[in-house]
Design a protein around this ligand. Sequence first.
Ligand code: NAD
Ligand code: UPG
Length: 465
Amino acid sequence: MRKITKICCIGAGYVGGPTMSVIAKQCPDIQVTVVDINEVRIAQWNDSNLDNLPIYEPGLAEIVGATRGKNLFFSTEVDKAIDEAQMIFISVNTPTKTYGKGKGQAADLKFIELCARNIARVAKDNKIVVEKSTLPVRTASAIKSILENTGNGVDFEILSNPEFLAEGTAIEDLLNADRVLIGGDETPSGKEAKNILSAIYEKWIPKDRILQTNVWSSELSKLVANAFLAQRVSSINSISALCEKTDANIAEVSRAIGYDSRIGSKFLNSSVGFGGSCFQKDILNLVYIARSYGLQEVADYWEQVIIMNDYQKKRFANTIVSSLYNTVSGKKIIFYGWAFKKDTNDTRESAAIYVADALLDERAEITVYDPKVTEEQIYADLDYLNTRSPEDNRRLLKVTNDPTLATQDAHAIAILTEWDEFKTYDWSLIYENMLKPAFIFDGRRLLNKGELTQIGFKYYKIGES
Ligand SMILES: NC(=O)c1ccc[n+]([C@@H]2O[C@H](COP(=O)([O-])OP(=O)(O)OC[C@H]3O[C@@H](n4cnc5c(N)ncnc54)[C@H](O)[C@@H]3O)[C@@H](O)[C@H]2O)c1
Ligand SMILES: O=c1ccn([C@@H]2O[C@H](COP(=O)(O)OP(=O)(O)O[C@H]3O[C@H](CO)[C@@H](O)[C@H](O)[C@H]3O)[C@@H](O)[C@H]2O)c(=O)[nH]1
């Protein structure tokens, strides 16, 4: 079996960066080069101050600090890294298409195609190409066709190796993965390529957790895993609305059903709605694929997961407006949290963006505090929606780095991300700062209802009456 000594990863994002850092840490005999066309991002990965890495993930800076410059390199020299590597991971973004056929649903594969063409142009010896990005089922055949028809006559083996890490726990998930999935051709060379990639993971993942499948099962399993996870969140969120009408308590319902080992207790936390770059994008992609094969009922079934998630975000915003006497115009509302979940600076598809947009439509004045998200990012997220002018967004929404001071004369606080530090705040002092009645809308079920109502707050917790 061929031994891999040089790996290249195209795409230094939330997946490429952490994944390759962990491979470099666990395989000191392999030289790992992560390349990107984004010069700023690469400069951040190479910053001598590890606090300035482009991605915040617990444990990541330590690993980068220990491996960078030894067997982990970040570079913009894409062609050189492709040329030198025996194995090339493609880890570029695959966003939902915003134009043309499949607009709003299909995955935009233009970055993937550019990578394939780049590899074909540069490669002078045989390579294993690994799809790390999340891709629609049957994408490998498109990559293969480009490589075979435009390449320099060298052999390419294409593997699908989707990534299952969750942000905020990326390093832990990579070091201790539930499973590693490797899809490839059933030919002798395909099987050999799967074994070569498996040997890398076997350095730290038990072999019985490394699953080999055909390439199509692997591509589809990634979309299906995300669809199932998101479906659990939408299912429990749908029941949270019913709990609020019936005096049932969503935490008690989640616990009661989660004790059934067939259901399981994980991923049953009711919230203001799921966010992140993956769930919505991957379900829309699944819906698009099902529809393109004429499977209307299958498509409608999965689309409902997104519809329910949109409903939950709107429902939360509506609860704020109706509780504040049906008008939030000119009222100061504090947002605690903007990231789509705790322990990440990622805001892609965060529920906070959509709740803010709905409240700004009602002319609320919002002040946002998030421990890891920059002011620039918050405005970029809002501007991207194009609901109002950038000037209006900056006039109506402010960003603060003092979460307590910001509550002076506020009517309400809305909790949008479950950052642990929110639990440690001096809530009595915050209460003193605020106008009365002082409201808290807890979209993450983070705080203690008894303590807050004792202080005097009017406290709403999603999924409780
Ligand atoms: N974010 C996650 O938690 C996660 C988890 C599992 C899977 N995924 C999947 O992994 C893929 C990457 O996601 P991400 O969150 O890392 O994206 P990202 O946007 O953070 O990073 C992608 C990077 O690829 C670079 N890039 C794009 N085209 C390029 C090219 N032709 N040459 C060199 N660099 C190029 C971009 O500049 C960017 O830095 C997606 O398909 C996503 O669905 C993401
Ligand atoms: O019980 C729950 C669990 C999650 N969420 C929300 O769901 C979203 C997604 O959370 P999570 O799945 O933990 O983070 P991601 O980083 O989006 O990870 C998902 O998407 C990745 C990208 O494809 C996959 O690799 C991971 O396996 C998959 O968990 C976040 O807004 C969470 O707050 C809830 O509201 N309730």
